[in-house]
Write a protein that binds this ligand. Structure first.
Ligand code: V47
Ligand code: SF4
Length: 399
């Protein structure tokens, strides 16, 4: 096994720091690492070492299995009354006419566009505006379910929920129950940014706090719901803030077990108030995936959001702890393209996604939102893959 060789080479490396060797022994013995050890990984962990540890965990849980799903994104509006400094939406509040604000009918028309397509999930997220209130979202979820009951509604984040519940004068508990009854199936991981107030107050002041974000997810989990978590990294935060963020998630997951997937989101600097901040390098992105995989020992899945980092880095990430590369996202998603994502037209066909995964020696599995297997594409290689050239050709990761 590749992982056995990797373990041996880490533990026998004469140049490796003793503290890092100690962490490696813990990881290979399936023991949890501490916050101090997590910080040490960020500060000192060489890329190949982190990759070996993260790949060990990835293969222990999933072997070569790599998940994706067929979904589409809908953004009710790209205007937002909050002013997060990393977000390309916030600037539009002063020139609203340049943005869009979809009505209920327009949102439903988008859903209907996918009527004859085998998508399993709609991901709804966008800016915060007063007209998108508790009533609007209850009606929207109910209408989507009435139109297409089998479509999984993964919608909104604690940022929107905190706002609409406050405006609607309902408690978090009452609000989340109302959403569930209206048809909400799960919550995406957005709005988490960086929980630590030292950073959150500077980049996302005014919107829900880290504590409120965690509390809303906790309530949702207590109702039996599932959700994802993200971390927006690579801007003004320090490693200690990333570890604090991961630790808060790990603690809540110990309590509820309701998180499915962790998705690190690389800060992109185009068209926002932090354009002067240099973006993280691919090496730093891979190290961050690996440390997330190592630290979050109670999370089932680590996802690379490929439109943000690009297909090539997504392929590389599969050797650094990642076992999910999101889905066949349609190009209605603007929040990332506006911020300078790698992919200007973030849509990949199933064939292209399958080939992307196959070419780095992993097994492509189409899943639904809750990780039920829809189709195992391990033995498929589609010929129809002429559109995109220049994939990374990594050797097949097998012993
Ligand atoms: O919360 C905004 C981020 C998030 C930028 O749960 C930016 O399956 C980088 O949460 N650079 C929303 N990131 C997206 C999100 C998500 C994406 C894919 C899958 C799932 C899931 C969730 O996008 C926001 C914010 O953290 N974001 N601006 C930017 N300039
Ligand atoms: Fe609004 Fe979300 Fe952008 Fe913040 S990140 S400005 S809350 S859309």
């Amino acid at each position: 096994m590749q992982t056995a060789r990797q373990i041996e080479s880490v533990l026998k490396d004469p140049n490796l720091d003793e503290d890092l060797k100690h962490i490696a022994r813990k990881v290979f013995a399936d023991e949890r690492i501490s916050e101090e050890e997590g910080l040490l990984l960020f500060e000192k962990g060489p890329l190949s070492y982190l990759g070996a540890l993260a790949n060990y965990i990835r293969e222990k849980h999933h072997g070569d299995k790599t998940y994706f799903n067929r979904n589409f994104h809908m953004e009710p509006t790209n205007v937002c009354l909050y002013t997060c400094t990393f977000c390309s939406y916030s600037r539009l509040i002063k020139k609203r006419e340049e943005g869009w604000e979809y009505t209920m009918e327009e949102m439903l028309d988008i859903v209907k566009k996918y009527d004859d397509q085998p998508v399993t999930e709609v991901h709804i997220v966008g800016g915060v505006l007063p007209q998108y209130d508790l009533q609007f979202y209850s009606d929207l979820f109910s209408a989507i379910k009435a139109h297409r009951p089998d479509l999984h509604v993964k919608a909104l984040t604690p940022v929107e929920y905190h706002y609409i519940f406050k405006k609607g004068k309902v408690s978090y508990e009452e609000g989340m129950k109302l959403m569930m009854d209206a048809g909400l199936d799960s919550m995406p991981g957005g709005g988490a940014e960086i929980f630590h107030p030292e950073i959150r107050d500077q980049i996302a002041g005014g919107k829900c706090s880290g504590e409120q974000w965690l509390r809303i997810h906790e309530i949702w989990h207590e109702l039996g719901g599932r959700s994802n978590a993200t971390m927006l990294y690579g801007h003004i935060e320090e490693f200690k803030h990333r570890i604090h963020h991961l630790e808060e998630l790990r603690k809540l997951q110990d309590k509820t077990g309701g998180f499915q997937t962790f998705i690190p989101l690389k800060f992109r600097n185009k068209g926002n108030q932090m354009s002067h901040v240099t973006e993280s390098t691919v090496i730093e992105d891979l190290r961050n995936y690996a440390i997330s995989r190592i630290y979050l020992d109670n999370f089932g899945h680590i996802k690379a959001y490929w439109p943000m980092i690009g297909r090539n880095t997504a392929q590389l990430s599969l050797a650094f702890g990642v076992n999910d590369i999101d889905g066949t996202i349609d190009d209605t998603t603007k929040i990332y393209t506006m911020a300078g994502s790698e992919e200007q037209n973030p849509a990949l066909s199933t064939e292209q996604l399958v080939n992307l995964i196959r070419r780095v020696g992993r097994e492509p599995i189409e899943r639904d939102t809750l990780y039920n297997v829809i189709t195992d594409y391990t033995d498929h290689v589609f010929e129809d893959d002429k559109l995109y050239k220049g994939y990374v050709s990594l050797p097949v990761v097998k012993g």
